[in-house]
Design a protein. Structure first.
Length: 173
């Protein structure tokens, strides 16, 4: 597997070296022409696209006021307030999760209390069973005569099996 993979990489390197030499000698002028044509088409379309993007930027900048703060202290305070809000949001999510778990435990406890109340209402009355004695019955013996016939012996087929030795090693299987 590794040998095949190594030969494959060697072949790829030789082909890349040959293609590079062909390209450096000017043998790929057709590729340059094709790339130049594609680049020209992209440039034409990008001019139209650039005009549309610029218009969109102007519209979005006019809609959103500039919120940059010049004071470093105000920036630090805004970052601190943002982190505090994130922490409080995380704590509120944790508290909501805890409340859901507590509600689930309360439901389980209520179900247990209902089951205990139902068990307490059940009254068991003692039941008396009449016991009967089963008489001992002696079964008579039955004798059978089974005739024996002559069954011919079938010669056995012997198959030699090879001996296989297995080395299990020292570790677990």
């Amino acid at each position: 597997m590794k040998t095949t993979q190594g030969w494959g990489w060697l072949l790829a390197g030789v082909l890349a070296l040959g293609a590079n030499g062909f390209y450096q000698d000017g043998g790929a002028a057709w590729a340059h022409r094709a790339v130049d044509g594609v680049a020209a088409r992209i440039a034409e379309r990008s001019e139209v696209l650039a005009e549309r993007v610029e218009g969109f930027k102007r519209a979005s900048l006019a809609a959103v006021p500039d919120k940059t703060v010049a004071c470093p202290l105000a920036t630090a305070m805004a970052q601190f307030e943002t982190k505090t809000a994130r922490t409080q949001s995380g704590m509120s999510r944790f508290e909501a999760m805890s409340a859901r778990h507590e509600a689930g435990l309360a439901r389980v406890e209520a179900q247990r209390a209902r089951m205990e109340a139902q068990v307490a209402r059940v009254r068991l009355t003692p039941v008396a069973f009449h016991t009967e004695e089963i008489p001992v019955v002696a079964c008579p013996r039955v004798r059978l005569d089974v005739p024996r016939g002559n069954v011919p012996r079938v010669p056995g087929v012997r198959v030699r099996t090879p001996v296989v030795e297995v080395d299990l090693g020292d570790g677990p299987i």
